[in-house]
Design a protein around this ligand. Structure first.
Ligand code: NAD
Length: 524
């Protein structure tokens, strides 16, 4: 049974998911030294944030297929090193959405009703009723910045409070906005109209400092600003200045530019509520994260594809269904190419056509690269590291599309440049059969399967007969044969399906024969 290490404390429910599928080693206090020594035994590892999966750990992890983070952030995992070694990294971003949304609602209420400051006052022995006049949320405008997993949960909850919602998220469509019952607007408009503004975008170069001096200045006098996303999206100095000057402006923060927050002037203000990055910390979120990643680990050790992969682009299910018949083709083309070229590849150009156009072909490209590179290299190449390995080997990869798929539903054409040569091979899937339809731009049409031969020769009377005779002498029976040529007497290509493998002796004799140029044996 495959072994899975649980290296940090995760919820029991996650461990239960793996029972029966893996031998689970639950060692939540494992030391870095122990981890380094024993990691090669495991096919899967589940961590939270305590265990560091460094490059060194990954280099020792000879059997590891998946690193699962029972949570969201993967700062403790060297994702690039995992990618280079073909190891999947998964997390559970959806596990915390409701928990974080609820925290945002909590901060919202805490500020609109001055709960935190009133609590501190009562605990200090005071009874300052008139000081804590609140604001009702009903009919107020909620401005949501970032309408992803968490943003949309906040919207859902705010509707129960009878709030009107406006959203700033340039990456969602009008259609999605309609479905969610929200109005899309610009950041500038949102900032001016919102009574409560809540941030749910990732921290990117684009969102760093998204809310700074200018935006703060445009906010309504008694507005509330919330950040449960990432520190740095609000400029903290600008926020402090604004809150100090305008005591009716309020802010609720769970995340900071530097964590833990130390000696921040924000902590001296009454119109701010601060929590120590706990928006995602609930038992339910931790349980869900453990279950989600344990299911992912189970999928991977059973040979299936997980859904929350961070280091391999996945496609939507519709695209996947369209691409599905072509995986075998990509695989056979890769296998054929590796047998008819040399490992010294400088360029690989892949052109897709037909029904697969307009969709992400990333999984097909990776499949082709995987089968093409695997036999050449000692390090295992898989769909995760295929592109990274090609890059490391200096292979220039291009992918494109062409309108023209001829009479076929779709085609994949691969051009490989190696040494001083180049070879082009093209295939399709016809009635479920994987076929080669051209080689070096000579048209053929033969199933890409079993034992084959590809022979380049000069198209002169008798050459085909000679090839047949030589193969016959070696007791190699030709099952099917297709020839392609551009003009009589010029260069031609023969693609054969044979019943016995074309041996090296047969290849040598054929290549010594006049008018026969190159002979390649292919085994699929
Ligand atoms: P998500 O990817 O589901 O949604 C992010 C949304 O932001 C998307 O709809 C995207 O289109 C939008 N967006 C991206 N760039 C934008 C821009 N420049 N302007 C406006 N919108 C933009 O992410 P999520 O799971 O909802 O997480 C949202 C944030 O919450 C992230 O920053 C995440 O790190 C953070 N988070 C914090 C905690 C915590 O403990 N406080 C826990 C979980 C997640």
């Amino acid at each position: 049974m495959p072994k899975v290490l649980i290296a940090d404390k995760i919820n029991e429910k996650g461990v239960e998911v793996l029972e029966g599928s893996a031998e689970v080693v639950n060692n939540p206090t494992i030391t870095p030294e122990e981890l380094l020594e024993t990691i090669d035994q495991y096919e899967g590892i589940i961590v939270r944030s305590r265990t560091k999966i460094t490059k060194e750990v990954i280099e020792n992890a000879k059997n590891l297929k998946i690193i699962a983070r029972a949570g969201v952030g993967v700062d403790n995992i060297d994702v690039d090193a995992a990618t280079d070694h073909g190891i999947l990294v998964v997390n559970a971003p959806q596990s915390t959405s409701i928990t974080v949304a609820e925290h945002a609602m909590g901060l919202m209420l805490s500020l609109s009703r001055k709960i935190a400051i009133a609590d501190a006052s009562v605990k200090a022995g005071k009874w300052e009723k008139s000081k804590f006049m609140g604001m009702e949320l009903r009919n107020k405008t909620l401005g949501v910045i970032g309408m992803g997993r968490i943003g949309s949960q906040v919207v859902k909850r705010s509707k129960a409070f009878e709030m009107d919602v406006i959203v700033y998220d340039p990456y969602i469509t009008e259609e999605t906005a309609k479905e969610l019952g929200v109005e899309i607007t610009t950041l500038d408009d949102l900032v001016q109209k919102a009574d409560v503004m809540t941030i749910h975008v990732p921290l990117t170069p684009e969102t760093k400092g998204l809310i700074s001096k200018d935006e703060l200045a445009k906010m309504k006098d008694n507005a509330i600003l919330l950040n449960c996303a990432r520190g740095g999206i609000i400029d903290e100095n600008d926020l402090y200045e604004a809150l100090k000057e305008r005591p009716e402006l309020k802010a609720g923060l769970d995340v900071y530019e530097n964590e833990p927050l130390e000696n921040s002037p924000l902590a001296t203000l009454d119109n701010v509520v601060l929590t120590p990055h706990i928006a995602a910390s609930t038992k339910e979120a931790q349980r869900d994260a453990a279950i989600i990643v344990a299911k992912e680990v189970k999928e991977v050790i059973n040979g299936n594809t997980p859904s929350n992969v961070l280091n391999m682009p996945l496609v939507d299910s519709e695209t996947f269904q369209t691409l599905k018949p072509y995986f075998k083709l990509a695989d056979k083309l890769g296998q054929t190419l590796v047998q008819i070229t040399t490992p010294n590849i400088s360029e690989l150009n892949i052109v897709y056509s037909g029904e697969i156009n307009g969709r992400s072909k990333e999984p097909l490209t990776r499949e082709l690269l995987k089968t093409f590179l695997n036999p050449i290299l000692t390090e295992p190449v898989n769909s995760v590291n295929a592109k990274a390995v090609a890059k490391q080997r200096g292979i220039k990869l291009t992918e494109g599309e062409t309108e023209d798929s001829g009479k076929y539903d779709a085609t994949i054409k691969v051009e490989v440049k190696y040494d001083d040569n180049e070879t082009t091979i093209e295939g399709t899937v016809e009635n479920g059969v994987t076929k080669i339809i051209s080689i070096d731009n000579y048209e053929v049409n033969l199933e890409l399967e079993g034992l084959m031969g590809i022979i380049k020769y000069v198209d002169l009377p008798g050459t085909i007969g000679t090839i047949g005779n030589i193969l016959g002498n070696y007791k190699i029976n030709i099952g099917e044969m297709q020839v392609g040529r551009k003009s009589a007497g010029g260069e031609a290509v023969m693609v054969l399906k044979v019943d016995q493998e074309i041996t090296s002796e047969a290849i040598a004799e054929l290549e010594e024969t006049k008018d026969i140029e190159v002979v390649k044996s292919v085994k699929l």
